[in-house]
Design a protein. Structure first.
Length: 55
């Protein structure tokens, strides 16, 4: 096996209603992985109305 270093620059936010901060926290053209639990964020309109608009 070859030697290598792996550096992961990942920030995780576990905060309710954090979407207004997205423009400040996430640079433009950044790939984003969103996870939600319980109720679908698409079904309750949070994804389209708040999160997607913030990104």
């Amino acid at each position: 096996m070859n030697n290598f270093n792996l550096q992961l620059l990942t920030e995780l936010y576990f905060v309710k209603d954090q979407h207004p901060e997205f423009p400040r926290l996430i640079p433009a053209d950044t790939k984003v992985l969103m996870l939600s639990g319980g109720v679908s964020i698409k079904r309750n309109r949070i994804y389209d109305d708040k999160v997607k608009a913030s990104l």
